[in-house]
Design a protein around this ligand. Structure first.
Ligand SMILES: Nc1ncnc2c1ncn2[C@@H]1O[C@H](COP(=O)(O)OP(=O)(O)OC[C@H]2O[C@@H]([n+]3cccc(C(=O)O)c3)[C@H](O)[C@@H]2O)[C@@H](O)[C@H]1O
Ligand SMILES: Nc1ncnc2c1ncn2[C@@H]1O[C@H](COP(=O)(O)OP(=O)(O)OP(=O)(O)O)[C@@H](O)[C@H]1O
Length: 242
């Protein structure tokens, strides 16, 4: 089943990129499972035209090591762009203070994924590639991404897969075990844990998405996030012609 899915998604990526008149794919490699799976599919679609981009921004150094492991395993070339300095500049300009890695003010930390988006679009345009996003179905349902940050992409190949399906696909694609077993984190602040922030585990989230069932308190959390963040999934509202 997963080999079939891998083939289908590979063909889909190839067709979408060719339809756009582009030559390949740029993928931000965080050292996590979603970007590893996305890069692996892109590599299958365009063996010689995938660029992995590692963009530390006050990140845990282990993440860049993991990202390099993914790139080596897949045979994907990498470019590293360190975003510490531009991020530091923004923080100082907006707060008048030095950046503190414990800061979880979203107006500040969302600048990180937005700087990554700028970087990926520059590299994509330079190579005539598309920016391939890594969002999965669980993240999309609850809007667990930064609008015009990691949400600002051209294609979303794994957006129909919940987290446990991404894991199964990762095994099929030969992603290293330590990447598959890593705790999911958006890495926006020190010790940032997706499940802790959302208040729901990926296991419960996947189960709810696939069955519409689960404990009432879990359903409530998910439905609240869905409502509050629905706007992220659409183009900005436009008034009718008056
Ligand atoms: N009703 C509405 N209609 C139109 N626009 C609306 C809106 N409500 C807010 N907005 C706009 O949206 C903004 C809020 O959205 P946004 O800027 O995205 O910010 P927000 O949703 O507050 O934060 C991003 C979330 O995504 C998570 N994240 C980020 C990056 C990567 C990952 C990952 O795991 O991969 C997860 C992060 O941990 C956090 O929970 C507001 O500042 C406002 O500009
Ligand atoms: N340090 C980084 N270097 C390069 N790309 C990054 C980095 N951090 C995040 N990204 C990009 O933004 C996406 C969302 O980042 P996030 O760290 O929130 O991970 P995620 O959604 O759990 O995905 P993953 O499982 O790939 O880590 C990543 O999949 C990757 O494409």
């Amino acid at each position: 089943m997963m080999d079939y899915l891998a083939d289908k998604l590979t063909q889909w990526i190839k067709a979408e990129i060719q339809k756009a008149g582009a030559l390949g794919a740029v993928v931000g490699l965080s050292g996590g499972i979603d970007s590893a799976v996305t890069a692996a599919l892109c590599k299958r679609a365009f063996p010689d035209h995938v660029l992995g981009v590692i963009m530390p921004c006050f990140s845990n150094p282990q993440d860049a090591k993991d990202a390099r492991l993914v790139a080596e395993t897949l045979g994907v070339p990498i470019e590293t762009v360190n975003l510490d300095e531009p991020f530091k500049w923004f923080v100082h300009r907006f707060t008048g203070q030095d950046y503190d890695v414990h800061c979880c003010d979203m107006s500040i930390v969302n600048i990180k994924p937005r700087l990554r988006m700028i970087t990926l679009y520059h590299l994509a345009a330079r190579h005539n590639y598309l920016v391939v996003g890594t969002g999965n179905r669980a993240e999309l349902v609850v809007g667990h991404f930064t609008k015009y940050g990691d949400g600002g992409v051209d294609l979303l190949p794994i957006a129909n897969l919940v987290k446990c399906q991404v894991k199964e696909l990762a095994e099929e694609l030969g992603i290293p075990r330590r990447i598959i077993d890593k705790a999911p984190s958006a890495g926006l602040w020190f010790d940032h844990c997706d499940e802790k922030e959302m208040g729901v585990t990926y296991k419960d989230l996947d189960h709810y998405i696939l069955t519409e069932e689960g404990p009432e308190e879990v359903k409530e959390i998910i439905q609240n996030l869905e409502r509050k963040r629905e706007h992220k999934k659409f183009l900005p509202p436009i008034p009718p012609v008056f």
